[in-house]
Design a binder for this molecule. Structure first.
Ligand SMILES: C[S@@+](CC[C@H](N)C(=O)[O-])C[C@H]1O[C@@H](n2cnc3c(N)ncnc32)[C@H](O)[C@@H]1O
Length: 402
């Protein structure tokens, strides 16, 4: 992606489910836009960089991320709450006539605060309302709770008003204006409107995006998913502009992946020629040059919470599958793998496979790449789920013997 304009800017990112995964994705993706020095300024909630991202590029950038919900640009760092209210009010007063030249329309307002007491939201709302006086406006927050991306999206806040985010740090109160929000309609289209199979489980498109971004594929790199199922990784790769290859041992799944591919190629305008699907056992096929991004096989789909014994039986099969796969990959031109391994949340504790599979990976010269907090794996799981996904990034050692 080309560099955005050169005006200075500091950004705040509201992150999704797993903050470490999201921050790692953000910093690796931002590498396309920003230099390493700039990325090292990444802190818990903030992405700081000395270049600005005007609104359209900010949205385009966000659309490629699975783990960031909103991006907001810093307007000012205020010393006091009163000063931060003035910054917000001045911004609204400037943008109201731009958005509603005829006047008389209600400006939709959202507010979120981080690093400061929740009760402050009420104070902010009251002070801003008071200062706006006659200017017609409406708060869209649910009560005085922070905004959610869902609320921002469904109320069309980006088109009919603005969200402001205040973030208290040791330097003061950062005042931010939201410039991009996840496009939830598109995610729904990619998730719920495509064909699936309840016995197989499907990867959420957001997680597929995160996995692709963690792989940091150079433009033109083929994204290979040898356990493609309904083709989620492949369609996300195509939407992001990468050529892709999907294979699965199930004929039915390949047919389904192909139908989803055709359906989504029309909706998201990618070329059907950018991807191919074949029926193949992942442990026996020839691999092309590319990066492997895959959810992998997570064992049988449990319809009730399993016992540790039942999960351990599945774990054995998953480990055996990866053992065969790594042996196949030793001769394949696949240097980077981003994959998921199952974690079972059983009635009597959790069952994991990461240590065993990592040992096998190392024997085949793949070593783990750390996440931004130094950890070697991260779990992405819905609350209450029976199985979670352990996300692993592997890189083939450069100087292989022989
Ligand atoms: C968890 S599903 C993948 C779902 C997929 N990520 C999606 O979003 O639809 C695992 C897939 O691995 C396939 N599979 C299991 N063992 C395989 C093997 N040895 N070779 C190829 N595919 C295999 C299954 O048929 C299944 O489609």
């Amino acid at each position: 992606m080309a560099s955005p304009s050169s005006l200075p800017g500091t950004y705040l990112a509201v992150l999704g489910r797993n903050a470490v995964l999201s921050r790692t994705e953000l910093s690796r993706s931002a590498r396309e836009l920003w230099t390493d020095d700039e990325i090292s300024l990444l802190t818990d909630l903030q992405v700081e960089n000395p270049r600005s991202l005007p609104k359209a590029p900010a949205q385009l950038f966000l659309d490629r991320l699975g783990g960031t919900q909103r991006l907001a640009v810093q307007l000012q760092v205020a010393a006091t709450v009163e000063q931060s209210v003035s910054v917000i009010v001045d911004h609204i007063a400037l943008h109201y006539p731009e958005l509603f030249p005829q006047g008389d329309h209600k400006y939709l307002l959202g507010l979120s605060s981080y690093g400061m007491g929740k009760s402050l939201n009420k104070k902010y709302m009251q002070s801003i309302t008071h200062a706006l006086g006659e200017l017609p406006h409406k708060w869209v927050n649910e009560g005085t709770q922070n905004m959610t991306s869902g609320r921002y999206f469904h109320e069309k806040v980006g088109h009919k008003g603005a969200e402001y985010i205040v973030h208290q740090t040791t330097e003061g109160i950062g005042v931010y204006h939201t410039v991009a929000n996840q496009n939830l309609r598109n995610y729904t289209l990619r998730d719920r409107h495509k064909e699936g199979d309840s016995t197989m489980g499907m990867l959420p498109p957001k997680l597929a995006q995160i996995l692709i971004n963690l792989a940091q594929p150079a433009p033109g790199t083929t994204i290979v998913d040898p356990f493609c199922g309904s083709g989620t990784v492949n369609t996300e790769a195509a939407i992001m502009g990468y050529p892709t290859l999907g294979s699965d041992q199930s004929k039915e799944h390949i047919k389904m992946a192909q139908r989803n591919w055709n359906f989504l190629s029309e909706k998201f305008r990618f070329s059907t020629d950018s991807g191919r699907f074949t029926i193949a056992d992942a442990t026996e096929r020839d691999y092309p040059q590319g990066v492997m991004v895959t959810e992998g096989w997570l064992g049988q789909n449990f319809t009730s919470r399993p016992s540790k014994d039942a999960a351990a039986r599945e774990a054995e099969q998953v480990v055996a599958l990866w053992q065969r796969l790594f042996l196949t990959l030793e001769k394949a031109p696949i240097d980077r793998i981003v994959c998921c391994w199952p974690v079972w949340y059983c009635r009597d504790g959790a069952v994991k496979v990461d240590k065993k599979i990592l040992a096998l990976a190392k024997r085949s010269h793949y070593t783990p790449v750390a996440f931004c907090d130094g950890s070697l794996g991260q779990v992405y799981a819905r609350e209450g789920a029976y199985v979670g996904r352990w996300v692993q990034v592997l890189q083939r050692a450069q100087d292989l013997p022989g």
